[in-house]
Design a protein around this ligand. Structure first.
Ligand code: ZN
Length: 70
C-alpha cells in the first residue's frame, strides 16, 4: 500500500478533506470511486440521494438556494 495518495481525498458529498485512514469508500457500478468522510455523507449520497448544494453543512452549498430550471 502506498501512503502518498491516501491523503489527497475530499468527501464526494460535503467536500471536506478526508485524512488518511478515515472515510468510507464507495464504488459505483460503473467503477467510479467516491470517497465520503463519514457514514452521514454516505447515507445522504447513496440512500437519501440528496443534492449537497442544497445542504448548508456541506462545502458545496449554494448560498440562497439552488436555482433549478423547469
Ligand atoms: Zn462528508
Amino acid at each position: 500500500m502506498s501512503k502518498s495518495a491516501t491523503s489527497l481525498k475530499n468527501c464526494y458529498f460535503c467536500g471536506e478533506h478526508i485524512s488518511a485512514g478515515h472515510g468510507v469508500m464507495l464504488i459505483k457500478n460503473d467503477g467510479q470511486i467516491q470517497w465520503t468522510c463519514s457514514s452521514k455523507c454516505k447515507k445522504n449520497l447513496r440512500v437519501l440521494r440528496r443534492d449537497p448544494r442544497k445542504l448548508k453543512w456541506t462545502t458545496k452549498y449554494v448560498k440562497g438556494g439552488l436555482r433549478v430550471k423547469k
